[in-house]
Each structure stands twice: as structure tokens, then as C-alpha cells.
Design a protein around this ligand. Sequence first.
Ligand code: ATP
Length: 611
Amino acid sequence: MGKGPRGQGGFTTQQDDTLHGRKKGSVDSYIVSRLLQYIKPLKGLVATAIIITVGGSFLGPLRPYLTKVAIDDHISKGDLQGLGAISLILGAVILLDGIKQYAATWLAQVIGQKAVFNIRMDVFRHLQKLPARFYDRNPIGRLITRTTNDIESLNELLSSGIVTILGDTLQLVFIVGIMVWIDWQLTLVVLAILPLMLYATVFFKSRVRIAFQDVRTHVARLNTFFQEHITGMAIVQLFNRQERESEAYAAINRDHRDANIRTVFYFSIYYPLIETLSAVAAGLVIWYSGVRLLKADLTIGIVISFVQYISLFFRPLQHLSDKFNTMQTAIASSDRIFRLLDEKEGLEDEGEKDAASPLDTFTGSIEFKNVWFAYEHENWVLRDVSFSIRHGEKIAIVGATGSGKTTIINILSRLYPYQQGEVLVDGIRLEEIPQQSLRSLVGVVMQDVFLFSGTIQENLAFGNPSVPFETLRQAAETVGADRFIRKLPGGYSYRVLENGTGLSTGQKQLIAFVRALLYNPEILVLDEATSSVDTETEGLIDRATERLMKDRTSIIIAHRLSSVQKADRIIVLHKGVIRETGSHQELLKERGLYHKLYLLQHPETLTAEGA
Ligand SMILES: Nc1ncnc2c1ncn2[C@@H]1O[C@H](COP(=O)(O)OP(=O)(O)OP(=O)(O)O)[C@@H](O)[C@H]1O
């Protein structure tokens, strides 16, 4: 695996006019309705947040009005008692407004975090169901970006977006309403600046949005590059590629930096411009008020309250345009997340958990009938492959590298669907066997053993977490792993680092064998490691393989002579075609391909066998 074409045709690269089969116009409402499904279970919290936000939205706009009353009705008339009362009311309004903001922010965050928790869980569960083919097409770095950055921008929308938009809109309505009520002419002066402001906002925001999309694309690239290079750092160092890789990284990094600088550039123009416009509005109000003050047509309280209203008025406007941006980004992120969640390829087994399994034990045979398979298009990797394995039989598959050995296993364990022919297990077509039944029937030991960070014990019990420690230890003893495990610091509690760093290849193999033994499958599939180990470990692995295969139907992709010799039958593959089958001795006598392969791998036997 892992040899597939990367970066092409992944679910995130689709750039057509229709998303989820819908026209672009209806995509936004589709996405919003899907997002609402995550909000639905939180309707109590949402209702409380809305009540608090709506109920409290008049508090802010009330403050300048109270200031006006304080000046015009009390200060100018020397009414100290009245001034005291209005100050108390003003203090209470400020306090209530603070409490409202605290409660609304807290509730919004709780709603956002709860919804995002569920989205994250859905994404992770879904990723666990997606087949190997999907992972061939989508680089890990890109998937990580989906599950971090994209979900984070959704969080921003859910936690601050929706409720804030409602609150800000209502505030604007209240502000304009009170302003008109106090003095409609001054209100018109303030609103005169609005078209210019809206034009600037639309102009800059559309550019910022494009720049932000660029930033996100570059973040995904940075992540992919970084992830690959950290995983493959040893190769980079061994091949002295540090300089070259740094240059490649610099190019991606530069694009990322420039995209970010573009967003900063727009913001650095936009915010001062808005500040200037609101200063102009304040100037206009003061000028116009001055004219009217001279005519004694206006009070000083009105002027002061209007100057306060200007800053109050522009703030929610600013918020709203920011939220618009957040929403755009979040909708793009949601689209990518939902597209990932809608990835159906290879999910034909959904809901099968409850279905009665037609196959709980294996008693008959495995049959490949004229199977054709290609990873992509018509590049056939297996051509017309037919063979059958009886219950209890031990089969070895041999062949040159790239001949299709692992592919046979990939098909049997249903990591990839085949295109033509038939694969039957106990006479049942592979596709009709629920994935779960098949996976408990067939145990696979991969060539590259993957260990998770955790203790040795957790790694051993990976396929069977409820196994008692004593059974686990006995399995390790049977396979011959117990001795080395006990020598590790902490023994079975030794913490394995990410992907088993700190353990040798042979040790990792033995751990995989214990895992398989504990999983106790009816059919064992073993992709033998090609990497050479020392003679002692080789002996250990040999014995472990034998014990693992005992009383089991087994298929082994054999790289070692001892494994081949022990097989009941050997299948020889050549460029995806079965060329020979028979026992070791029979095939040697045939002096065909197997004989050639055998001599290539064991030249020392040339003289011994007189070949
Ligand atoms: N995920 C994949 N996507 C596309 N092509 C693949 C994929 N995996 C394998 N291949 C191709 O299929 C062919 C057979 O690969 P396979 O892994 O079955 O060979 P193999 O006989 O097991 O080789 P080896 O002994 O080196 O493990 C090779 O040409 C390989 O490049």
C-alpha cells in the first residue's frame, strides 16, 4: 500500500459548479441546514442565548440617550437630585450590559464547542470507515488541515457568529431608532457616510476573502509538506537533501507568507479608512450641530449623545462585516468537511453491524475465480488470477517485487474492490460478507508493523482490548516475544514511541505476531517482512510464524526459504499472472520460474543442488 497516485482527484480538489450535486446558489442554504442539525440538540442553550442577546440589545444604545438626558434635563438645569438618579440608572444599564455580554459570550462559546465536538467525532468516525483507496488519494497533511483548521473556523462561526450577528443587527436597529427619535436631521448627516462605508467594506472584504482562501490553501500545503518531511526526516538526512528540501519548503512558505501579507495589506488600509470615515461623520455632526446650536435649535446634550452614537453605530457595522467574512470562510470550510463526510466510496457496508452475518466461521475454501484488478484505470495488477485454498491449508505466495502478492491480500481483506471475476469465501461472494465478519475471520500481519504510542500491553491487545493480562503474556511467550519484552524498562508497561521508534524491526514483527495470535483469526494472512534481522531473531520469527499458522488456514507472502518450504502449496506470481503452483520440491523439479527465483535468492544452493 501507499504506492498510489497522490494528490490527484482527492475530495478536496473538486472545483466544479455544483457541490453535493447542487447549484452554487443553493449550496449555502444546504450547508446552513446541515450545520443546524448539529445545533438542534442544543436548542435550549441557543434559545437562552437568543433571549439574552435580544433582550439585552437595547442596553448599549440606551447609554448615549441617558447621557443626553443627564446633560439637558439635569446638569444644564442644576438639578443635582435628578442627576444622581439618572447616574444610578446609567450605572445599572452599564452593569446589566456587562452581565449580558458575559452571559452571551459564554453561552455562544459553549454552543460552539459542543457542536464542534460532535462534528469532530463524526469526521473521525467517518475517516475510520473510509477505504485504503481514499487514503491513497488524499495526503495526510491535507486531512489533518480538514480536521484542525477547517473545524476551527466552523467553531468561530458557531461560537460567535450566529448569535452576535443577531445581537449586532438589533443594536443597529435600536441605535438608528433612538437617533431618529432624538433628531432625524442629525441622523441623516450620520447616515450620509453610510454608502461610502458600505462600498469600502464590500470592496475590501471581497479581496480579503480571496486572500484568506489563498492562505488556507497554503496552510494545507505547508501541513502536507511538514508532515511528510517529519515522517521521512531520516531519509532526508541520509541522502543529504536538507538544502534542497529547505528550498522546496521555502517556496511553499513564501507563498504562505505572501498570502498572509496580502490579507494584512487589505486590513491595514481598511481599518484606518473606516476610522477616517467615522471621524468625518463625527466632524460633519459637530459642524452641522454648531450651525444649529448658534440658532439655538439644538441642545448640547444631543450633540454629545450623537458623537457617542457615531462610535456605537460603526462598531456593530464593523462586527457585521467581520462576521460576514467569518461566515464566508466557515461556509467554505463546512463545504469541505461535509464533502469529506459525504465521501461514500467503499462505504457499502454502512448499517451492516446489525445485519445477520452469513459467515461466522470458516469451514470451506477461499476461491479466486478469474480475478482482474487495477488500482487505477486499466493498469492491471492482477490478470485472470484463479486459485483455491482449502480449509486448514498453508499457502505461500512468491514472486518478484511488484508482481502483485500484496495486492492479493489487499483484495482478500477487502481493502480494495476488484473489478472482474469472483472471490468466494466458503462459497459466499466477498462483497456479500459484512466487512466486520470478514475482518474478524481474516487476520492480517502487515509487512510494515504499525505501533501506536502507548504501552506494549496496549499495543499487543489492540485487536482484543478485553484480553486478561495472563492470556496476553502467554501469547507473548508462545510467540517468543515475552523474553525481550521483559527486558525492556517497565516490561509490558514500556511506552512505545510514535510508530514504534525505539524497537527493532524484529521486535515489532514479534509484537505483530502476538497481536494476531490474540486476535485469533480463522484465516491468517502474513506479509513477511523483507528487512533482514539477525540470525537469533530470524530463528525466533521462524518459530513464531510456525506457531501462528498452526491449526489455521494461512496465506503467507514468503520471502524466506523456511516459510516457503513449510507451505503445503506455493503460488508463483509473475506480473500479476499465476505462473506455477505446487510444493517446493515439485516446483524445483519443474525448473521453471520458481526454480529461477529460488536460485536468485539462494545462490549458495547452486552447487549443493548441482543446478
Ligand atoms: N495503492 C496503490 N496504488 C497504485 N498502485 C499500486 C498500489 N499499491 C501497489 N501498486 C502497484 O501494484 C503493483 C503490485 O504491487 P504489490 O504491492 O501487490 O506487489 P508485491 O508483489 O507485493 O511487491 P513486494 O514484494 O515489493 O511487496 C506494483 O506495480 C505497484 O506499484
